[in-house]
Design a protein around this ligand. Structure first.
Ligand SMILES: Nc1ncnc2c1ncn2[C@@H]1O[C@H](COP(=O)(O)OP(=O)(O)OP(=O)(O)O)[C@@H](O)[C@H]1O
Ligand SMILES: [Mg+2]
Length: 459
């Protein structure tokens, strides 16, 4: 009996008829091919037909591909879009990926490339249908769209990440604490050719010196007192995948030497072992210290530095890309609303301004923590600046920000401080006002006045 085959539905959108024709010839044996020659027609078909994939030309007269993509995403149809771009500009393609496109191919296209991309998308759809419940159990791949920021500096980073996902090159990510180094490392891995293989992080700063060697290279049974059984190291675990060496600047010189040897020879030996094990790992490392300076001070080996720093990726501190702050604030608001079952829709313009102008020494991680705390603590549907942590208010008022004279008035910050301080004391004395006044060293009437003026309420 002939097997009934349901062909996947593919919509080809291009204003040039001969491009459509060449796609049709390439695809019609294995897929049901629908076509559209402009954006409006494409949107109509996306709405009506039960499509799996849209091949979407970027440059079209009238509504261009990016706009069509934007609208398709808004429609929330379960369809994957592959962009077809004649202009080989990485930027447009990246913009498209950030908007939700699954992939992009460049014209003139190679048949093979098109088919591979389509099949990858179809495979992804099949998997998504089959095992959505499994998703929570596997390591969460970080896609491009988990990285927020449209500033020029971040775009440059996306360009590199995008290039890096096509090859196996070694990268060194540098940036202040909390700038997203690990996030970028994961993005490179999980968008790259090794994405189905392991991503193994090693935090060189948190693992004790004595353990690090066996963590990295593994050990044989009996190699040292605690080695009761054989254990593979992270180099081995990462084989064919990516090894992420985090905080590389914290490595001691002798470990640096051992790692360098492993990278040069592409082989390792377990501690206490004699066998050499071949390894094929991609190395991505990260540092928040200036390695050049460390080299000068003879704390870091120059030869290792050059081996690691094949492709340098520098992550800008948040204060150098302020325009991304509102995007990040909204992104984290959404995340924590969901997590804590809240519905905080807004943040007042004053509060946003304080957040934008704060210096964020802890960068995105600090911002994330602040928003998390705000979502937990805010009971209203809106976050006002009064809710902001004291250090941000104080920074804004003392000019420890780029806000200058437009900042919050010192008076407001002082009041805010006073209020929290008084509440703290009141809580300690179980809201006994006489006792609180004594602790604060003020007359009870003064305290009562302050409680009224500052709007202090027992919660
Ligand atoms: N551009 C971004 N968009 C969304 N989230 C981000 C972004 N950058 C960082 N984050 C989030 O901020 C937090 C810190 O990021 P990550 O751990 O990657 O930083 P890091 O540079 O490795 O920090 P550290 O030096 O402290 O190890 C994570 O929760 C991460 O998801
Ligand atoms: Mg990190």
């Amino acid at each position: 009996m002939e097997e009934l085959k349901i062909l996947p539905n593919i919509l080809v959108v291009d204003d040039e008829v001969n491009v459509i024709e060449s796609f049709r010839q390439l695809l019609e044996d294995d897929y049901k091919v629908l076509t559209a020659t402009n954006g409006e027609e494409a949107l109509e078909k996306v709405e009506k037909e039960n499509l799996d994939i849209v091949l979407l030309d970027i440059r079209m007269p009238g509504m261009d591909g990016i706009e069509v993509l934007r609208r398709i995403e808004e429609m929330k149809e379960n369809v994957d879009v592959i962009m077809v771009s004649a202009v080989n500009t990485m930027k447009t393609a990246i913009e498209a990926m950030k908007l939700g496109a699954y992939d992009y191919i460049t014209k003139p296209f190679e048949a093979e490339e098109v088919v591979v991309s389509i099949n990858k998308a179809l495979e992804k759809r099949r998997l998504a249908r089959e095992v959505s419940y499994l998703r929570s159990q596997v390591a969460k791949p970080v896609k491009f769209d988990n990285i927020i920021g449209t500033s020029e500096k971040m775009r440059q980073v996306y360009e590199i990440v995008s290039e890096m996902s096509k090859n196996d090159a070694t990268a060194l990510i540098s940036g202040e604490s909390g700038t997203g180094k690990e996030l970028i490392a994961r993005a490179i891995h999980f968008n790259g050719t090794r994405k189905d293989k392991p991503f193994i992080p090693v935090d060189c700063a948190s693992i004790s010196e004595s353990l690090l060697e066996s963590e990295l290279f593994g050990h044989e049974k009996g190699a040292f007192t605690d080695a009761t059984s054989r254990k593979p190291g992270r180099f081995e675990l990462a084989n064919h995948g990516t090894l992420f060496l985090d905080e590389i600047g914290n490595l001691k010189l002798d470990m640096q030497g051992k790692i360098l040897r492993a990278l040069q020879e592409r082989e390792i030996q377990r501690v206490g072992g004699v066998k050499t094990i071949n390894i094929n790992v991609r190395i991505i490392s990260a540092t928040n210290i200036d390695l050049k300076k460390a080299i000068k001070e003879e704390r870091f080996r120059e030869d290792l530095y050059y081996r690691l720093n094949v492709v340098p990726i520098e992550l800008p501190p948040l204060r150098e890309r302020k325009e991304d702050i509102p995007l990040l604030v909204r992104y984290f608001l959404e995340i924590f609303n969901r997590e804590f079952g809240k519905e905080i829709e807004e943040i007042t313009p004053e509060a946003m301004e304080s957040l934008v102008n704060y210096r964020w020494p802890g960068n995105v991680r600090e911002l994330r923590n602040v928003i998390e705390r705000l979502v937990v603590l805010t009971k209203e549907g809106i976050i006002s600046y009064k809710r902001l942590p004291l250090d941000i208010l104080l920074a804004a008022s003392t000019g420890d920000s780029d806000m200058g004279e437009e900042g919050l008035l010192l008076k407001e910050a002082r009041e805010q401080f006073e209020k929290q301080f008084i509440i703290g004391v009141l809580e300690k004395v179980n809201w006994n006002q006489t006792e609180a006044a004594r602790v604060l060293g003020v007359h009870r009437n003064t305290l009562i006045m302050k409680i009224q003026n500052l709007g202090i309420k027992r919660v």
